[in-house]
Design a protein around this ligand. Structure first.
Ligand code: GLA
Length: 386
């Protein structure tokens, strides 16, 4: 049985091109703990979720690229010989990936691609990475280019840098491609070595609460944070040349060499502590101590809000509202920040009541709607049967 979204996509494709395409799916992601650590060469703990982007694709006989977004009801046409950033925001994530294939000397031909999905946009669930990874995976299969999964994720990341202008780390693309059902990925963002850790939540579920604040500020502030971390590394590196990223730094070093600059100090302190918190949190998960993991998630939120300063009043409000709720083991803002979702570990039997109460309170206090999702952990990028 095809999901409604797949049915809509395939019939949409056939209305435009009247042929039968191949279909690929790439999911959004959650991250349990380890935020803003990826571009500091640290660890992250993401997982792919049951919300995904789908692309229906087919080769063309010529070198045209014809794209259609069901969501935006918008078409893009271009030529393989002149792939550049367009004025269509949605198309740029696809074109950015095509550009990476060409840059690496691969020769995809012309193609038709129709896209749709149910990853909410701007909600911190990595809809853009899902588009990039679905495209990268699809073109690799369609043109039998033989590129490995790690390289596909890296190409998708580069597409984000060059066509969306966000100097993101590798977490989102890696999670989308490498996701494994009911597991989180402990990823070392320096070596790209990874380990799957079973996510056993014993009566608890991952509840995502979308503030419905779109994180539009995020790209510029995101790049600024990255730069601030690099400044911190440079300050430490003068004394410890072996320190090439905050992954290599200790709190002693941060205290000794970065305190002179108060802002950079807070940024570096958060990252170094978060990396340790993640490693310990991952051990908590392996031991089945999700209480301890949950407590760390609250500490991560405090760090992101007060030291790294990537939260917003709506995210702070939602985390504050559940902090002393005995049915919530942990909560924090998730992803790049400035909006999007909080991730909450909530006792399954308490979810309905909690969502009801919080939705009412949130709309009263923040004058916005709250959108809840229960995240299930799924496989990464795949080809789907039609
Ligand atoms: C965004 C980026 C990721 C990561 C997170 C913060 O999602 O795309 O690379 O840096 O923010 O952890």
């Amino acid at each position: 049985m095809q999901s409604p979204i797949v049915q809509k996509l395939v019939s949409g494709y056939q209305e435009i091109f009247s042929t039968k395409p191949l279909l690929f799916r790439s999911p959004g992601r959650v991250n349990i703990i380890g935020e803003h650590t990826d571009y500091n060469n640290g660890f992250v703990l993401p997982a792919a979720i049951n919300k995904a982007v789908y692309v229906a694709v087919e080769k063309r006989q010529d070198d045209q690229i014809v794209l259609y977004s069901i969501d935006f009801k918008d078409k893009f046409e271009g030529h393989l010989s002149e792939v550049r950033r367009s004025d269509k925001h949605w198309a740029n994530y696809i074109l950015g990936v095509v550009a990476q294939f060409l840059k690496r000397g691969h020769k995809p031909g012309g193609f038709n691609l129709v896209i749709d999905g149910d990853v909410p946009l701007g909600a911190g669930l990595s809809s853009s990475a899902a588009v990039e990874c679905a495209t990268a995976y699809a073109l690799n299969e369609l043109f039998a280019l033989g590129i490995g999964k790690k390289d596909l994720a890296l190409m998708a990341q580069k597409a984000e840098h060059e066509f969306a202008g966000v100097l993101c780390g590798i977490m989102d693309q890696f999670a989308s491609v490498f996701g494994k059902k009911d597991h989180v990925i402990k990823l070392d963002c320096r070596s790209l070595d990874y380990e799957y850790v079973p996510l056993k939540l014993e009566g608890y579920k991952i509840l995502l609460l979308n503030t419905n604040v779109k994180h539009s500020l995020a790209s510029s502030e995101y790049n600024t944070r990255r730069q601030q971390c690099e400044e911190g590394v440079a300050m430490i590196g003068k004394h410890h040349p072996e320190v090439k990223s905050l992954r290599d730094a200790t709190m002693e070093m941060v205290n000794q060499y970065v305190k002179v600059n108060e802002v950079i100090y807070r940024r570096c302190k958060y990252v170094v502590e978060e990396n340790t918190r993640l490693l310990e949190g991952c051990e908590d998960l392996k031991k089945g101590d999700i209480n301890a993991l949950g407590a760390k998630m609250f500490r991560t939120h405090d760090g992101l809000s007060k030291e790294y300063e990537v939260s917003c009043p709506e995210l702070d409000y939602l985390v504050g509202s559940v902090r002393s709720n005995p049915n919530v083991l942990g909560a924090r803002m998730m992803g790049g920040g400035f909006g999007g979702c909080t991730i909450n570990l909530v006792r399954e039997t308490a979810i309905e009541e909690l969502v009801k109460e919080l939705s009412a309170a949130y709309s009263k206090e923040m004058n916005k709607e709250l959108t809840p999702y229960i995240a299930q952990i799924e496989q990464g990028t795949s080809e789907e049967k039609i």
